[in-house]
Design a protein around this ligand. Structure first.
Ligand code: PLP
Length: 413
């Protein structure tokens, strides 16, 4: 029987302004092409497993061996043995005096980003977020009633964050600053000097520092990843530092959904906020328990990552190929990523006779069945960038980046 009074069901007002375009319009178009039986080369999402990057055996073995110990809830902060392994790993990285009690495990860093924003922000509070960003940060701030204010990362300076732009965008409502290091989508790895500048800026303005370090082990060449918690510790700043890391990228175990958030710096000043975090962590009872048994293995067992990142290694060679081909395209340029597994090339819409980044992504998909993500999906202010993930095996990556080349050259007549 039809119901004459039936109405539509709208999403809540809380979701106004919340977007996640990484799985948006271009993906929907790609799915249509696939449904029609054609293959799409996917350079759009940082999910290592489908590209034959596998978590080390030791992680699988540890999870399998402990499955029977994983039936009950754990502490709401997560498994103690995992948090203890994280403390030890931080000590090796020069971050001292962290207690397991100051670590919260989550179902991926994603859950913890949302939790950290929900517990901190009142309506109208502002958070400085990089442009380009990882869009969950912007979405999480908006969902929590806050306002995402984007500061620029400067392409001309290897995509380093502009502290001048942070300063220009500071208001009395600014509560926190986000950095993503190593960076998705630009591949930048920040220097000690720039991290110190950001820490000093945060201290001067009483800002919480959210440091998203999910790619902390994926660095190339002479780049060195320095944990923000170490910078803040060494400066002895009165700043609360929240560092985010996990096994999704560093151990190629994205599907395990396991990440952690470490609190350091001025914990006394943050006591009330921490009470809020504990409340939110308790409301979700605890994170997925089997996956937490992978953490100790991930942080202590050899895993071959160094080989993948060195000349001759898959990640190294795939990065080199993608960077070389993109930079050989007239009207296109791209910095060399020093970390993570993304390229964020710039193109000249006039030279390519193409309206904007979304037209570029759609055109490439329709004509060559290659999928990339438009730069504006990362809250980048101009419509002339896109992101490539260089995880595909070299033959497929070669085809895909050369399709980008063919597409771009054809448009230049
Ligand atoms: N932060 C950044 C910068 C990311 O790129 C990603 C995933 O791509 C995440 C967080 C989410 O990580 P997780 O799988 O731990 O939820």
């Amino acid at each position: 029987m039809t119901n004459p009074t039936k109405t539509t069901i709208p999403m809540s007002d809380k979701l106004a302004g919340v977007r996640y375009e990484l799985r948006g319009k271009v993906l929907a178009a790609a799915e249509k092409i696939e449904a029609a039986g054609e293959k799409v080369l996917k350079l759009h999402i940082g999910n290592p497993a489908p590209f034959n990057f596998h978590a080390p055996e030791s992680l699988h073995e540890s999870v399998a061996a402990h499955l029977r110990d994983a039936q009950g809830y754990t502490s709401s902060k997560g498994l103690l043995s995992a948090r203890t392994a994280i403390v030890d790993n931080l000590t090796v990285r020069g971050v001292e005096n962290i207690k397991a009690d100051n670590i919260f495990m989550g179902n991926g860093v994603s859950e913890l980003i949302v939790m950290a924003c929900q517990a901190l922000l009142n309506n109208g509070d502002e958070v400085l977020i990089p442009a380009p960003d990882y869009p969950l940060w912007t979405a999480a701030v908006r969902l929590a009633g806050g306002k995402a204010v984007h500061y620029l990362c400067d392409e001309a300076e290897d995509w380093f964050p502009s502290v001048d732009d942070m300063r220009a965008k500071l208001t009395p409502n600014t509560k926190a600053v986000v950095l993503i290091n190593p960076n998705n989508p630009t591949g930048a790895v920040y220097s000690e000097d720039r991290l110190k500048e950001i820490a000093t800026f945060a201290a001067e303005n009483n800002l919480v520092v959210f440091s998203d370090e999910i790619y902390s082990r994926i660095v190339f060449d002479d780049a060195v990843f320095i944990p923000m918690a170490k910078i803040i510790q060494d400066l002895d700043s009165r700043v609360l530092c929240m560092s985010f890391d996990g096994i999704s990228k560093n151990s190629f175990a994205a599907g395990f959904r396991c990440g952690w958030m470490t609190l350091s710096g001025d914990l006394d000043g943050a006591a009330d906020y921490i009470t809020g975090l504990i409340m939110l962590a308790s409301l979700r009872l605890c994170p997925n328990v089997p996956a937490m048994f992978a953490v100790e293995a991930a942080l202590t067992q050899p895993d071959g990552m160094a080989d993948l990142l060195a000349p001759g290694g898959r990640l190294y060679e795939q990065r080199a190929l993608a960077h070389r081909v993109v930079n050989s395209i007239p009207g296109m340029s791209c910095t060399m990523p020093k970390g993570a597994f993304y390229l964020f090339p710039k193109f000249d819409p006039k030279a390519l006779d193409i309206g904007n980044d979304e037209d570029f992504a759609m055109g490439l998909l329709q004509e060559h069945k290659v999928m990339i993500v438009p730069g504006t999906a990362f809250n980048y202010p101009t419509e002339d960038h896109f992101r490539i993930v260089f995880l595909s095996e070299i033959e497929e990556l070669d085809m895909a980046v050369n399709a980008i080349k063919t597409f771009s050259i054809a448009r230049q007549g």
